[in-house]
Design a binder for this molecule. Structure first.
Ligand code: NAP
Length: 252
């Protein structure tokens, strides 16, 4: 698969799925803006990319803050060129059953996933429409279909699916595609924290989850990065407004 070198932005790219995606897009030939809450925390991802001969910069940003988002996107444009690939990956969980869920935990999750993806996309689409090319990938989740203890997260991830489809409709005429990836269980700090919350060891949680997955293993960040690589490639230009479940088995 070949693709034209471009400038990409990946949010939440200090670790986990975001870090693997940033490394993969750099390997595909793109310059990468590695965005995360803490600029210093992006150092490992940037070092892995530059060490392999790629181009990347670390940018600290809270994706839920409009002024920070505008400044971060401008910095990437100034230092790496107009961004035409955007991966909205930054995310948090604040799990609880509905009767125990606080307004703060509801707002925190909705703000990072939904407001953050909105603010980032609004800022970056200016560059995409000017360049008449764009690839937007939003990280949804199998939890969009409902998951005990995650009313906030599943609402945000379902919301991202509607957001994605509407972006595809509005921006298609400018050469911009928008798709969502909905991962199942991916081994990362996020799922490690879930195991802790449930009071089980991460190893047991992984082993138990793997048994429930048709391919009999949990996912790795690189499984998601591979799908991002395809969806952001030149040849994926006729795939838009889709939600692609990457979960080791079918989804209803
Ligand atoms: P992760 O390891 O927790 O990484 C998420 C990254 O996002 C962290 O570096 C985090 O920074 C950053 N972040 C959080 N809030 C932010 C903000 N306001 N602005 C900028 N960056 C922020 O999670 P992951 O497992 O790689 O998940 C990545 C994405 O995939 C998320 O959207 C998640 O919901 C989705 N997903 C994950 C799974 C899974 O099984 N792991 C399944 C389905 C979907 P801090 O460390 O400073 O908080």
């Amino acid at each position: 698969m070949s693709t034209t070198p471009r400038t990409a932005i990946v949010t939440g790219a200090a670790r986990g799925i975001g870090a693997a995606t940033a490394r993969r897009l750099a390997a595909d030939g793109h310059a990468v803006g590695v965005l995360d809450l803490d600029e210093a925390a992006c150092a490992d991802t940037v070092a892995a990319i530059t060490g392999a001969g790629g181009r990347a910069i670390a940018v600290g940003v809270d994706v839920s803050k409009a002024d920070q988002v505008a400044a971060a996107v401008q910095r990437v444009a100034d230092e790496l060129g107009a961004p035409t690939i955007l991966v909205n990956n930054a995310g948090i969980t604040r799990d609880n059953l509905i009767f125990r869920m606080t307004e703060e935990d509801w707002d925190a999750v909705i703000n990072v996933h939904l407001r953050g993806s909105f603010l980032m996309t609004r800022a970056v689409q200016t560059h995409m429409t000017a360049e008449k090319f764009g690839r937007i990938v939003n990280l949804s989740s199998t939890s969009a279909q409902g998951n005990r203890g995650q009313v906030n997260y599943s609402a945000a991830k379902a919301g991202l699916q509607g957001f994605t489809k509407t972006l595809a409709i509005e921006l298609g005429q400018f050469g911009v595609t928008a798709n969502a990836i909905a991962p199942g269980f991916i081994q990362s700090e996020m799922t490690r924290a879930t195991a802790e919350r449930l009071g089980v060891s991460f190893d047991d949680f992984i082993a138990h989850s793997a048994k429930e997955i048709p391919v009999q293993r949990v996912g790795q960040p690189d499984d998601i990065a591979a799908m991002v690589s395809f969806l952001t490639s030149d040849e994926a230009g006729f795939v838009s407004g889709q939600v692609i479940y990457v979960a080791g088995g079918p989804q209803d």
